[in-house]
Structure formats: structure tokens, C-alpha cells
Design a binder for this molecule. Structure first.
Ligand SMILES: Cc1cc2nc3c(=O)[nH]c(=O)nc-3n(C[C@H](O)[C@H](O)[C@H](O)COP(=O)(O)OP(=O)(O)OC[C@H]3O[C@@H](n4cnc5c(N)ncnc54)[C@H](O)[C@@H]3O)c2cc1C
Length: 382
């Protein structure tokens, strides 16, 4: 039998690529390998689970066996690849060598961890997959007070969701505003005020240094001397593309695994997409880009080389207390921001010197304008 097309990872990137591939080729052997349990789920739902009262099983959409049948593929679960031998077109799972025709890296990004002192450190939970979500839910059951580390997009989404789920939430982050990488300060202020309105308490500036168990829960010691009582901690301080195995195989890396517009790495027959991939210099950790990549790469893998292009890719942030849509200006672009509205309804627009709309941040009622504004935005990858 000929060597299979091998996809590493069964997140949205891996499974969507497999689906697109099967639309075009029903015969070529297809093998998906994943370190997790291989259940199909939509990762964005991880930050809406408490409000919707859904546990990990409730968020799972299909078991790996059903996915294997649907995709006419083999799905190997709880299997971590340990190396790539690009010269011989094979990969390693411990001592086992697995040959490939084409290898696709869809192995995602890992949560950034910072060292935390104290005996409560095991009660810090990153949530970046279904299993992490299940662990956190188990730890939070019967508890009341959650401390969220990070006030970026994911931290704010978790805060809103946990409050909807009945928890008391405090956030700690070493920044001056929420979502500093993404948002104009006026929009950030609207989101923060919305979350404060439903009870969130922000500690912007300090970091968590020590977490101690006490009789009735935990004490979180912050770098500015504050001590916050809590029961459990969610870590949402960032994601870093997985690159180590690619680097060890000699594949070119930067922030992510570097690929061209054909999703091809520096090595023949090795491709990458999803959170781990840096596509023509862009490492976008969102669903829309990986869907475009999956469609283009399926074409390329079935003999029709197709370059990926990205249109505007606005991000809808799941903070229902203050609806938010944001489209950051493209990398390297220079523009001037103008802000209309006030309070919860902010319309912040970024224009270039030639009058071209480059990006926006819309909150509250202003999100109604997103469709009209999207038509004016430049594509991210033309
Ligand atoms: C809480 C949360 C909310 C989000 N909300 C949104 C949203 O509203 N909108 C949006 O656009 N984006 C959102 N995102 C981002 C979006 O979900 C991700 O961009 C997307 O799911 C990434 O998919 P992926 O397949 O690249 O990676 P992952 O889903 O991380 O999949 C990686 C896969 O690789 C496997 N793997 C890793 N290493 C190995 C190895 N060595 N061997 C074998 N397998 C391995 C893993 O087991 C896993 O199956 C959110 C992310 C989070 C965490």
C-alpha cells in the first residue's frame, strides 16, 4: 500500500483539512495522529461552556471512531509524535517509524506558562483543549471564586462566561487595559466597564507571584502586595505556536512553522496550517484563517496547487455583556485612529493617509456597522 497522507492534530485545522481533502480524493490513505482523545469539537465553545451549562462531553461533537468512518481515515489517539525524519519521509512515534507521502503539521499552539511559587500552583488551569476544560470544570465544581490570569481576548471571554455560570471573578494582568494587543483604548474601556458591571474585578498592572493553600481555599499573592482570596485559577496568559519538533527536523521556523502561500514548509512534502503555522509571515490564531488554509491545501494535496488568500478577518469576541468585533490594522500599516460614541457603544476606526479604512474596533450597538465596514477593509493576504 502506498504511504498515507499524514495529518498531525485533530483540532479544527486537522479535521477540516481532512474533510476538504476527502471532498476531492476518496481513495488516498489518510492517517490522523493526535496526542489528545481525538474527539471533534469547536474550540471557541470552550469559553462559552459555563454560560451554556455544557461540560466537556456536551461540547464534544463526535468520537474519533465516528470521525474515522466519516473521513475514511485512520485516527490514532493519545499518540504523540516525537520526531520527523524529512530525508526518509517518515515520522517517529517513540521507536515506531511511520512513513508518509505528505505530512501536514496541524499541531496547534501551547499555553504559555509562567513559574508560580507556593503549594497552590497545581490549582492553576490552562484551558486550551477539551481535556483541559474538563479538568478545570471538575476543579471548579462546588467552588465560588475564580481568579483569571490574563485580560486578553481569552481571559475576558472566560471572565464573562464564568460570571454567567454563577462564579465570582477577578482578573490579574500586567497591562494597562484589556486586550492591549488587539483593542483601541476606548473600546477596551467599554469592554472592561461591561465586565465590571456584572461583577468582574480587574487588577491591571501586577502579576501573580505566589499561590498558597489556606483553610478555606487559596490566597493569590500579587507583585504589588495585594492578596486575593480565591478557590481556583484559570490561566489565559497567551499561546505559543508549537515549533520544537519542526525545528529539530530542520524545518524553518520563526514565531510559527514558516510556510509559503501554498502552506509548504522549507521541506518538500511537509505542510502546516492552523495555530502552529506562520503563513507568509502571518501567525493568526483564529478559525477563519485556518478554514481558508484547509480549502487551499486540500487542492494542493490533490494535484491542483492553490495559494491561500485571506480577505478581511474580523474577530467577534464572545463577551456578550459588551458585544465586540475587532479587525486590527494589517501588520506594518500606519494609520490614525478616530473614535466616535461613548460609554458602551464605541466605534474606533483606523484610516491610512489615503483615507483607506485599515481596521476597527466596535463595541455595544456599534457592532451593527461591521458588515458595511468589512466591505471597506483591505484583504490581509491579497
Ligand atoms: C478558549 C478559546 C476560545 C477561542 N475562541 C475563538 C473564537 O471565538 N473565534 C476564533 O476564530 N478563534 C477562537 N479561538 C482560537 C481557535 O479556537 C484556534 O485558532 C483553533 O481552534 C486552532 O486549531 P488548531 O487545529 O490549529 O489547533 P488545536 O485545536 O490546538 O489542535 C492541535 C492538535 O494537535 C495535537 N498535537 C499537538 N502536539 C502533538 C504531537 N506532538 N503529536 C500528536 N499530536 C499533537 C493536539 O492533540 C490537537 O489534536 C479560541 C481559542 C480558545 C483557546
Amino acid at each position: 500500500m502506498s504511504a498515507p497522507v499524514v495529518i498531525i492534530g485533530t483540532g479544527l485545522a486537522g479535521y477540516n483539512l481532512a474533510r476538504e481533502f476527502r471532498k476531492l480524493d476518496s481513495e488516498t490513505p489518510l492517517l490522523l495522529i493526535t496526542a489528545d482523545d481525538g474527539r471533534s469539537y469547536s474550540k471557541p465553545m470552550l469559553s462559552t461552556g459555563f454560560g451554556k451549562n455544557k461540560d466537556a462531553d456536551g461540547l464534544s461533537m463526535a468520537e474519533p471512531g465516528a470521525m474515522a468512518e466519516q473521513l475514511k481515515a485512520e485516527v490514532r489517539t493519545h499518540t504523540r509524535i516525537s520526531g520527523i525524519d524529512a530525508g526518509h519521509k517518515r515520522l517517529w512515534i517513540g521507536e515506531e517509524a511511520v512513513p508518509y507521502r505528505d505530512l501536514i503539521l496541524a499541531w496547534g499552539a501551547e499555553t504559555v506558562r509562567v513559574p508560580i511559587e507556593g503549594d497552590g500552583a497545581e490549582l492553576v488551569f490552562p484551558i486550551n483543549d477539551l481535556e483541559g476544560y474538563a479538568r478545570f470544570r471538575a476543579a471548579a465544581t462546588g467552588k465560588r471564586r475564580v481568579l483569571v490570569l490574563g485580560a486578553g481576548l481569552i481571559g475576558c471571554e472566560f471572565a464573562n462566561d464564568l460570571i454567567l455560570g454563577g462564579y465570582e471573578v477577578q482578573l490579574v494582568a500586567p497591562c494597562e487595559q484589556v486586550m492591549p494587543m488587539l483593542l483601541h483604548p476606548a473600546a477596551a474601556a467599554a469592554v472592561q466597564a461591561g465586565l465590571e458591571g456584572i461583577g468582574a474585578k480587574f487588577h491591571l498592572g501586577p502579576v501573580l507571584t505566589r499561590l498558597e493553600k489556606v483553610v478555606d481555599g487559596l490566597e493569590a499573592h500579587l507583585s504589588d502586595g495585594q492578596i486575593i482570596p480565591c478557590d481556583v485559577v484559570v490561566s489565559a496568559i497567551g499561546l505559543r505556536p508549537r515549533i520544537d519538533l519542526a525545528a529539530a527536523a530542520g524545518v524553518q521556523i520563526n514565531r510559527g512553522v514558516m510556510v509559503d502561500r501554498y502552506l509548504k514548509t522549507s521541506h518538500a512534502n511537509i505542510y502546516a496550517l492552523g495555530d502552529c503555522a506562520e503563513v507568509d509571515g502571518l501567525n493568526l490564531l483564529y478559525v477563519m484563517p485556518l478554514m481558508s488554509c484547509a480549502r487551499a491545501l486540500a487542492q494542493t494535496l490533490t494535484g491542483n496547487p492553490t495559494a491561500v488568500s485571506y480577505g478581511p478577518m474580523p474577530i467577534t469576541v464572545k463577551t456578550p455583556v459588551c458585544p465586540l468585533v475587532v479587525s486590527p490594522p494589517p501588520r506594518g500599516s500606519e494609520g490614525v485612529w478616530s473614535v466616535e460614541g461613548q460609554g458602551a457603544d464605541v466605534k474606533a476606526l483606523c484610516h491610512g493617509a489615503d483615507g483607506q479604512l485599515l481596521g476597527y474596533a466596535l463595541t455595544g450597538g456599534a457592532v451593527m456597522e461591521k458588515l458595511a465596514l468589512n466591505k471597506q477593509l483591505p484583504p490581509l493576504l491579497a
